[in-house]
Ligand binder design. Sequence first.
Ligand code: NAD
Length: 452
Amino acid sequence: MKITIIGTGYVGLVTGACLAVRGHQVTCIDKKRDIVEKINNMQAPIYEPGLEKILKEVVASGRLAAGNDLKNSVLASEVSIITVGTPFGDGVIDLSSIENSAREIGEALREKHDFHIVCVKSTVVPTTTDTLVKNILRAASGKEPGEFGLAMNPEFLREGKAVEDFMYPDRIVIGADDERSFAGMRKVYDGFLDVPIIQVNIRTAEMIKYVANALLASLISFSNEAASICEATGGVDIKEVLAAVTLDKRFNPRIGNKLADPEMNQYLQAGCGFGGSCFPKDVKALISFSMEKGYLPRIMASTLTVNQEQPLRLVGRLEKKLGTFENKKIAVLGLAFKPGTDDIRESPSITIITKLLEKKAQVFGVDPVATRNMESVIPQAFPNVLYTTDYKIALQNADAVILATSWPDFIKIAPEEYLQLMKYPLVVDGRRVLDKKSLEKAGCIYLGVGLV
Ligand code: NAD
């Protein structure tokens, strides 16, 4: 099939590249010239494991090209998939990029005689596609639904594992209100074998995405709330508590003699909170949408409150330990919101670094791939805040280190290295991934979420 992707960020580029791998002819449209140039030069504009490799293949074979001529790409393709950003701003979801894309596609459809499906893949609050997008398409194209197809196909990929998640999804959700649109979208996913395809109406598809993200976010905040109760109790380690809780076969079924160890249990772990481009904004958007409809969601509101407090609680505990942050050098291991990505949107490290700077600490942030992105949010300013990819530079003479992102290389740092490099070997485990016993045995001081 010939497919146009509109918005070539994390979701758009992965979608485009993976659909091209599956044999489709894809044009990725983005309004940013540098993104278009990089893609056509076979370079991934974002860091995502495995992406550049498949990008090279599909661009070289001619199955994927990038550009900014939306109109001609729509005219030449059968399906347009909208993957532009839907940030949260001013108390509601910002749908302006969706509106602009729908308008531009609609204007192109005015000149098109063949049937064309417009599919929203961006995360949008329920009713966006079958009201706002539909109405814009109608007005801009002068056509009625039926003359063009309309679908909603939420995306569930995780950054850091995006290519794998897209190529081997758990389910494909297709929302549509007519058989022709369902059929067209099933054709898009023809090459995806043994994957359940869930066909629902458009607003159910939109809701599935939000409920999925709100559930996962609430598991994290639930674990963090339990961690705070453990801290208040003293002598109880949340890690031991949750490890035992999740051995329940309803969380962790046995397959033969082995535990299934589902990935969902990774959301039942304490840490310094969730971030990223999805959980925070999606939970906020669902709350605001729901309130507009007359229902106040309380669990979801608390999920956000707990999450906002979580990194600050950690900084507060560290401050108590150190007495003051003034003239103290603090290393922050990890800037990305999770390992495997350079995405720092809503990363807990932003909250941690901002608070440390406010308290007059000197901060050294470390990340293998996200330093440049962090610099656009909190610029480097000598000597107050500096970034490096080398943890050894950051640990040198530090008064404390906070592990904020569980990059494998940070987990592997030997206890002796902390001892040799740091002025005061105080290790704050913001992800509960370090070995407390071996750190303490080596002479480090350990402080972890959910343990006092
Ligand atoms: P992003 O910000 O990385 O990318 C969006 C891209 O769209 C940008 O490159 C921007 O230049 C481009 N764009 C905006 N308006 C445009 C227009 N009118 N024409 C052409 N290009 C335009 O966003 P993202 O992280 O890929 O997220 C996209 C959507 O997918 C969001 O709704 C998000 O919630 C959802 N989503 C994201 C993830 C994720 O992990 N990032 C996962 C699932 C769903």
